[in-house]
Each structure stands twice: as C-alpha cells, then as structure tokens.
Ligand binder design. Structure first.
Ligand SMILES: [Zn+2]
Length: 233
C-alpha cells in the first residue's frame, strides 16, 4: 500500500516488517505504519491520509446498456471483506433479475486485490451456465497490473472501452442482424482496427478511441489495419 502510494520503497517496507517481527519476538505488538513513522520513512500526516483513503468504501453503480447488458461501475477500493460483501450483494441482485451479461467498468477503481477478484471468479460459473459472462473494461493502469499479476485476463475477457465490452456480448450471441461494427484505434495511431485485433489489445486505456462507422473512422484520417482488415466481413 505504501509502495503503491509512492511513500516508501520496497526495501524500506521490508526493513520495517523485519523490525515489526523483531518487536513481536520481544512481545511488543506494533502497527507497521507506526514503525515507519518512528523510523522517519513516512510523515505521520501522509500516513493518516493514506489510511483514510484505504477506508474509503466501495461504491457500485448498476446500469444497463442497450440489449439488456448490465453495466457494473466500481468506485473506490475492492480489497476486504466489507467491500467484497458490497460487490457480491450487487451481483446477487443482478443474477436475481436474470442479468447474466455483465460489463464491469473499473475506471473508478483505485485498487482491487485477489479477495475482490475472487468475487468475480466465484460468480463467473453461474453467469456462464446461463450463457453470460463478465466483460471487464476501462481498467486503470494499477488495476491492469493487478490483473496481469493474477493472470486474470486468462479467466476473463478484458476490453479497452465500454462499448466494445458490450458489443462483444452481441457478437457472441450471434445476433442475426449484424450490428454496425465498432472500430477501435489508438489516439496516436494512423490505422483503425476490429476490436479483437491484437494491435488493439496493446493500446493503453488512456489512448484508446472507438468509432461506430467506417465513415467516422476514416473521417478521422485513419486507414484500415492491414492485419485485421476491418473492411472485409
Ligand atoms: Zn488491426
């Protein structure tokens, strides 16, 4: 937590943890934060701010996209039993209403650890049995790290933008009427792509842009990608 906030280096945290262990061996229980303040590694004011941020509750907003896809927007931190219960309650509500296609928008999430991610893993089976799934989108850079570390992008599909995450459900359902392709590009790039192109997966969330027609994509001065050939059906 302190390392993430840029308040301490991994070495400083390690030293402080060792000190905590030494004290514990001597029968003294101290909080890690206190030790770090005593050692002059963090300012007590910084520590207080960090702790209050950690206490910030998780907020879950539930919405809906056209086609009955549920949108779950997460704000704050998803990292303990309380926030886990908040999320699971929201998911139980969605499942109870027959919503099995759920886009999880993570752009407001400050932090998610394995405990939080576990809620999605546990619920995924129910969704998939009903032909649905979780599609994650708009991961903040740190959230993306968490996903990378836990290799969760192997369990769930992760998209850059929300529209793309929603559209992926329609494609999977094999809608008889092909919806107008959603095209994707990098803000910095000169080509546009099918959303599933490998080049799109490499685009950072903050550079990701999407288009809803070829006219719009080409009007931006971009040309079709030669690899995914978005013009060909
Ligand atoms: Zn491409």
């Amino acid at each position: 937590m302190m390392i993430r906030a840029g308040l301490a280096s991994p070495e400083e945290v390690e030293e402080s943890l060792a000190e905590q262990e030494r004290l514990k061996g001597a029968g003294v229980q101290r909080r890690l934060g206190e030790i770090m303040v005593e050692r002059g590694i963090v300012e007590s004011g910084d520590l207080a701010r960090l702790l209050s941020r950690q206490r910030e509750k998780l907020r879950v907003d539930v919405g809906e996209a056209p086609g009955g896809v549920a949108i779950l927007e997460l704000f704050g931190a998803l990292d303990d039993e309380n926030t886990r219960a908040v999320l699971d309650g929201a998911l139980a509500g969605l499942l109870g209403r027959g919503r099995f296609e759920i886009v999880v928008d993570c752009s407001g999430l400050n932090y998610m650890n394995s405990l939080g991610v576990g809620v999605f893993v546990e619920r995924a089976g129910e969704l998939r049995r009903e032909g649905g799934d979780f599609h994650f989108c708009r991961l903040p850079a740190r959230g993306a790290d968490v996903f990378g570390i836990l290799e969760l992008d192997r369990v769930f599909r992760v998209f850059g933008g929300r529209a793309e995450a929603v559209a992926a459900f329609a494609r999977r359902a094999g809608a008889s009427e092909r919806p107008e392709a959603v095209l994707a590009a990098s803000r910095l790039g000169r080509t546009y792509h099918r959303p599933e192109c490998l080049a799109v997966r490499a685009i950072a969330a903050y550079n990701y842009v999407e288009f809803h027609s070829f006219r719009e994509a080409e009007g931006s001065g971009r040309r079709p990608c030669a690899k995914c050939r978005p013009r060909e059906s």
